[in-house]
Design a protein around this ligand. Structure first.
Ligand code: ATP
Ligand code: MG
Length: 238
C-alpha cells in the first residue's frame, strides 16, 4: 500500500514560525461579534506598536474587509502570498478570491481551502496574528485548531442565554484539545457582570462606523477592545 503524505501541516508551521502569538477569536453562534472584535483587536495591537496580522477564515461570510474598509486590496505573489496592509495590519481573507460573491463549498472543501491558504501565506515576523474563526464547531474550525495547536482561543458570547449555553457545550469540545483559553469575552454587554475575561459594551455607533477605520477607533467598542488587547498582552499565562 502506498502511504500518502500531506506535507502541508509542516509547511504551515514553518510559515508561522515568525509569529509570536496567535489569537483565535471564536464564537459558537453567528452574529456575536467575532469579526468586529477581530478587527478591533488587530487595530488595537497595531496602535500599541505591535506587528499584527489578521486572517479572516470565515469563508462563507467573510466580512473583515467590509468592517475595515479594505475592499480594494490583493495579496502579492512571491514564492507564496504576501498579505497586503490594511491600516498597518497584514490582512489575509478568503474574500480576495471570491470576487465579492458567496463561496459555495461544503465543510470539508472549506477546511481544505483553509489549509491551502495557511500553506501559501507568508506572514513573516509578527507579534500577533488574529484569526477570525469560522463559526461553530465545524470542519473548518477543527482544521484550524489541528493546524495551529498553539493558538490561544478567545471565545465571544452575548448576554443572550442561548449563546451562553451553546458556548458552554462547545467549549467542552475545545478543552479536550488542551487549547489555552484565557476566559470568555462578553460582547454587547448592557451591565457590568463578573466572571468574564472582558466585557465589550453595546455601542450603537459601532455598526455605523463599519468601513471607516478612522471612525471605528473613536467608538467605545474600540476602547473596550483596546483594553482587552492590553490585558491579553500583559497576561503571562498565554
Ligand atoms: N458591541 C456591539 N455593539 C453594537 N453592535 C454590535 C456590537 N458587536 C457587534 N455588533 C453588531 O452585530 C453585528 C454582528 O457582528 P459581527 O459581524 O462582528 O459578528 P460575527 O460573530 O462575526 O457574525 P458572523 O457569525 O455572521 O460572522 C454587526 O452588525 C455588528 O456591527
Ligand atoms: Mg463574522
Amino acid at each position: 500500500m502506498i502511504k500518502v503524505i500531506d506535507p502541508r501541516p509542516s509547511v504551515v508551521s514553518q510559515r508561522l514560525s515568525g509569529v509570536k502569538k496567535i489569537i483565535a477569536v471564536t464564537g459558537f453562534k453567528g452574529g456575536v461579534g467575532k469579526s468586529g472584535l477581530s478587527c478591533a483587536l488587530s487595530l488595537a495591537f497595531t496602535e500599541k506598536g505591535f506587528k499584527t496580522g489578521l486572517f479572516d477564515l470565515d469563508f462563507s461570510g467573510a466580512s473583515d474587509h467590509l468592517i475595515l474598509g479594505a475592499g480594494n486590496l490583493f495579496p502579492r505573489e512571491e514564492k507564496g502570498l504576501l498579505p497586503p496592509y490594511a491600516h498597518g495590519i497584514k490582512f489575509m481573507t478568503a474574500s480576495y478570491f471570491s470576487s465579492n460573491k458567496a463561496i459555495a463549498l461544503r465543510g470539508a472543501s472549506i477546511a481544505c481551502a483553509i489549509k491551502e491558504l495557511f500553506t501559501v501565506t507568508i506572514w513573516g515576523e509578527l507579534d500577533y496574528l488574529i484569526l477570525d474563526m469560522p463559526p461553530g464547531v465545524s470542519d473548518a474550525a477543527f482544521e484550524v485548531m489541528n493546524l495551529i495547536p498553539s493558538a490561544v482561543l478567545l471565545p465571544v458570547q452575548t448576554p443572550c442565554g442561548l449563546s451562553a449555553e451553546v458556548l458552554k457545550r462547545s467549549l467542552e469540545v475545545y478543552e479536550k484539545g488542551k487549547f489555552k483559553i484565557p476566559g470568555i469575552v462578553q460582547n454587547m454587554a448592557v451591565s457590568k457582570e463578573k466572571g468574564f475575561y472582558s466585557q465589550i459594551f453595546y455601542d450603537k455607533k459601532w455598526p455605523k462606523a463599519a468601513g471607516k477605520a478612522d471612525k471605528l477607533i473613536k467608538t467605545s467598542f474600540y476602547a473596550d477592545a483596546f483594553r482587552l488587547a492590553c490585558k491579553l498582552d500583559k497576561d503571562g499565562s498565554l
